[in-house]
Design a binder for this molecule. Structure first.
Ligand SMILES: [Fe+2]
Length: 468
């Protein structure tokens, strides 16, 4: 076997290359954290978290979201099971004895053999900024009282703390994610939710009872602070086999958003200002090609963002543009091709997406030089570009995405197949502190962190891995 020394050195060389591939390719960190391998299962219908509040026809599934473009309005929504009941929301600021009233509009819908309860949506306007309000829904012995705090007036150096949750579902892991978010010592003041709420569509005939259970499950957070909604694929509920051909029917009946306030023509893409942030919500599942309503809206929307008023430009969407897992690989590519150059031009700070049931954070990169013939088809470091974060790790019953592409691409700064949530904590116009929390650790432990430097006011290099 005279050739053995050379073959073993070949084997050694190959092994060296394979084992060091991430280093040689200058990829970021693939976490070696190994989570417990318990199956992700939904909580049963008789779980505590799904309990119907006591009293006949008591309001349930109470939730709030921002109700206008600047944060002086809130949409209060709830469901009554048996009859419409009271349409009133009674509210008062903590500094005042004066009680005010606003009326809801009531909606119902049918989905195959399911009939919804009475879904109330009430927009309360002309609230004071930065004020705690109490509000009551229901009547008599079924009155339920909650509270909320309006955001500070929009302004460039207003600190504000956003939570980030995606693809939540209603499993035991979902419950852990929500609990950790609630207990995080850096208190989130509003949640940016990147789509895929209840996963009711995984049940036979899209059993809409699971939309109701989800509404009761998350009430403990979303009745007290607004969640900003993004539509995911599990909101489509398109089921022609059972005669359900109107996409987004349960979602649009249950979750209203203030899309008209930003001149949007559909509730799937819209914007809000909140404190020092300008948040643009896009729809991966509505037409986004040239000449479409979403395209025209975004084209007109981006130039409106005044960074002297709202320094932080944040985009939410469901399907990520940069994703190095072997799940939903390149599903976001066509939308990236349409819009990425705008994100670079308008200096978007960060893009949050879900869909992939894992966590990933990119470096600042762009792939906009490519024009079919020039061969420049690899993402490159670009300090004008956003950071892309996939946070589809809320814990839904479909389980974790554990299968990653190798080697880790150079653009991928950190990736890990664990459930969790994140906090984006804006300090002023230049700095924001970001931390991702995996569920296996205590809620105060951060597994991935980054100081964001604002792309408009402080566009210095904030890479977390050195350039190749
Ligand atoms: Fe999804």
């Amino acid at each position: 076997m005279g050739s053995s020394p050379s073959s073993s050195s070949v084997v050694f060389a190959v092994l060296f290359l394979v084992l060091n591939a991430p280093v040689l390719c200058h990829g970021g960190k693939t976490s070696s954290f190994v989570r417990k391998v318990e199956k992700t299962v939904d909580m049963p219908l008789d779980s505590d978290v799904f309990r119907v509040p006591p009293g006949n026809n008591a309001p349930q599934q109470v939730h709030i979201t921002q109700g206008d473009h600047v944060g002086k309005a809130v949409i209060v929504s709830w469901v009554t099971a048996n009859e419409p009941g009271s349409k009133k929301v009674i509210y008062w600021s903590e500094n005042s004895e004066q009680k005010e009233e606003a009326n809801s509009k009531v909606y119902t819908y049918k989905f195959y053999n399911y009939t919804s309860g009475y879904i109330h949506h009430c927009t309360i306007r002309n609230l004071e900024f930065n004020t705690k309000y109490y509000y009551v829904v229901g009547v008599g012995h079924t009155e339920r009282k909650f509270w909320l705090t309006t955001p500070p007036a929009v302004g460039p150096d207003v600190p504000y703390t956003f939570g980030l949750i995606g693809d939540l579902g209603q499993s035991y892991d979902s419950n852990t994610t929500l609990t950790h978010y609630e207990k995080n010592p850096t208190k989130g003041q509003a949640v940016l939710f990147v789509g895929d709420l209840s996963y009711a569509d995984n049940y036979p005939n899209h059993d809409n009872v699971r939309w109701d259970t989800w509404g009761r499950f998350v009430e403990r957070s979303v009745a007290y602070q607004p969640w900003i909604w993004t539509a995911g694929n599990h909101e489509i509920d398109f089921a022609p086999e059972i005669g359900e051909t109107k996409p987004f029917k349960p979602f649009t009946h249950r979750y209203h958003v203030p899309y008209r306030a930003s001149q949007s023509t559909a509730p799937f893409w819209y914007s809000i200002k909140r404190a020092s942030a300008y948040i643009i919500v896009l729809s991966s599942y509505s037409a986004y090609g040239k000449y479409t309503p979403q395209y025209k809206w975004l084209e007109e929307e981006l130039p409106k963002v005044n960074r002297s008023e709202t320094p932080w430009l944040i985009v939410l969407m469901h399907s990520p543009w940069y994703n190095s897992y072997n799940y939903h690989y390149m599903e976001g590519e066509t939308m990236r091709v349409m819009y990425e150059r705008w994100f670079v031009q308008y200096k978007v700070d960060v893009v949050f997406a879900g869909h992939v049931h894992a966590y990933e954070r990119s470096e600042r990169i762009s792939n906009i030089a490519y024009n079919i013939v020039n061969g420049k088809c690899v993402p490159v470091r670009d300090q004008t570009a956003p950071v892309y974060i996939t946070i589809g790790d809320g814990g839904n019953l479909e389980g974790l995405a554990t299968n990653m592409t190798y080697p880790q691409p150079e653009y991928s700064a950190y990736r890990e197949a664990s459930f969790g949530h994140a906090i984006f904590d804006i300090k002023n116009r230049t700095h924001a502190y970001y931390g991702w929390h995996r569920n296996q650790d205590g809620y105060a432990v951060e597994a991935d962190t980054m100081w964001f430097y604002n792309r408009y006011w402080h566009p210095v290099d904030d890479s977390t891995n050195s350039e190749p």
